[in-house]
Design a protein around this ligand. Structure first.
Ligand code: SF4
Length: 447
């Protein structure tokens, strides 16, 4: 943020207009996840990856779905409105991080007038501002959908809306077209560089790098001396959030991304992990588990990188259903502990509520990256505790490379009371715990 305040002071302007998401909050995960949802609904065989998303960078939804309509016959209007609906839902729910430069401006320009001009709807903007306790700083919020305007029409008529000439305005934007127009109209323009427009060039008076320097994530709980989640003694970090709904899940409290959990920076978490380094010995280290750790890919990646820098062995305990740049993540993982819910497509869907395609996609990346692999399957009486199921798991494992171990985990009922507390129906009522000896015997069939 070097020089930002001095530069703005030199412009001698007192009206600051911000775009909403992208300049005031990190909306990128919301946009990624909402595109993912729409596209995977439209094309059931498609797995939407971070690589696909990078091609969307800086493009408008209408252009994106125009391009997508060439993949197959889709109702563009509906796709765009679904995308917007999902983004709004997520913007409301997800934790958003206000960039530091905003507070720097508030502090240094106490008499300036702050406005928002955004393509989001008013309720969403207001809710997010309130949740961040910053609504008091804004004189007015202009929502383009409520005004039935495009952003460029707003900018061209800025005097009518904010009561100030373009020559009084500093425009904070992350869209190259709005920046170019603002500049042309005589506004001073600050281009906000973030993850969404990283590869774009801006025509603006000043550029502000708002890539988050520190990556934050949500951790449900930690265990400092774990003995069952990978080799040796391990620090286990259970990350918040899971998209699957396994019938036997004993941690339903980890499902919501925004559920009760601690927000912590990657640096802080790794400091905690490092504290126990002397106990890990030659085999142990850290295991990132969940929930589903792949649902917080940036945080996970940052933690993994920091751990590797500090010489800590890393394991990833996952069901393989998340998002992010798997190839990059897997570079920093010493061992993948993969939860194989079911190998049969129908049984997988029946157990988890999701298509197996996401799991298959992740597994392919693991195989391409050459990671060491442990496979695990929970064995439930009457569901998969028979020879046929175990032999198909054996067959599945034999086809894979680098499998070091296949484990069967007996089903337990320890999580049932949590379902009552959370008022979620438990779907395995009446199913007894899996007999541990029988489970051990079944493991013999894997050899
Ligand atoms: S993947 Fe794990 S956390 Fe997610 S629902 Fe299944 S058992 Fe629960």
């Amino acid at each position: 943020m070097d020089g930002l305040v001095e530069q703005i002071k030199s412009w001698q302007r007192d009206v600051f207009i911000f775009d909403f998401d992208g300049t005031l909050l990190n909306s990128e995960p919301c946009h990624f996840l909402s595109h993912k949802k729409v596209i995977e609904n439209l094309f059931p065989d498609k797995v939407f990856t971070m690589e696909d998303f990078k091609n969307f960078t800086g493009k408008r939804d209408v252009d994106i779905y125009q391009e997508i309509s060439t993949w197959g016959n889709i109702d563009k209007e509906k796709a765009i409105s679904d995308k917007q609906k999902y983004s709004l839902e997520m913007l409301r729910q997800e934790s958003v991080k206000i960039f530091d430069y905003f507070f720097l401006l508030v502090k240094n320009f106490p008499t300036a007038h702050f406005f928002i001009a955004s393509n989001q709807d008013e309720n969403t903007i207001t809710e997010v501002l309130k949740s961040k306790k910053i609504e008091k700083y804004f004189e007015k919020v202009f929502s383009m959908p409520s005004l039935k305007l495009q952003k460029d029409q707003f900018l061209k008529n800025v005097e009518k809306f904010v009561g100030a000439k373009a020559q009084q305005v500093v425009l904070f934007e992350d869209s190259s077209s709005a920046l170019a127009l603002g500049k042309k109209l005589g506004m001073k323009t600050v281009g906000i560089k973030n993850e969404a427009n990283l590869y774009q060039t801006f025509d603006c008076d000043m550029q502000q790098d708002c890539m988050q320097k520190e990556v934050f994530g949500r951790v449900n709980s930690i265990e400092t001396m774990g003995l069952v989640d990978g080799p040796g003694i391990r620090f286990v970090a259970f990350l918040q959030g899971c998209h699957l709904r396994c019938k036997y899940c004993h941690n339903p409290e980890t499902w919501p991304l925004n559920g009760q959990s601690e927000e912590i920076s990657a640096t802080e978490l790794v400091k905690k992990i490092e504290k126990y380094k002397n106990y890990y010995g030659s085999d142990g280290g850290v295991t990132f588990s969940g929930g589903e750790p792949l649902l917080q890919p940036q945080f996970l990646l940052e933690c993994l990188k920091l751990c590797k820098q500090k010489g800590i062995n890393t394991a990833l305990d996952t069901a393989g259903v998340g998002f992010g740049d798997y190839k990059e993540i897997l570079k920093y993982v010493d061992l993948v502990i993969l939860d194989v819910k079911a190998v049969d497509e129908k049984e997988y869907k029946e157990l988890t509520g999701e298509s197996i395609k996401h799991f298959n996609h992740f597994l392919k990346q693991v195989q391409n990256s050459g990671n060491k692999l442990w496979l695990r399957q929970v064995i439930v009486p009457g569901m998969n505790d028979d020879e046929k199921h175990i032999l198909s798991l054996r067959h599945f494992a034999k086809k894979l490379q680098n499998v070091e171990r296949v484990e069967l985990l007996p089903y337990k009922t320890i999580g049932v009371s949590k379902y009552q507390q959370l008022k979620i129906p438990y779907r395995l009522n009446g199913v007894a715990e899996m007999d541990e000896d029988k489970c051990k015997n079944l493991e013999e069939l894997l050899k």
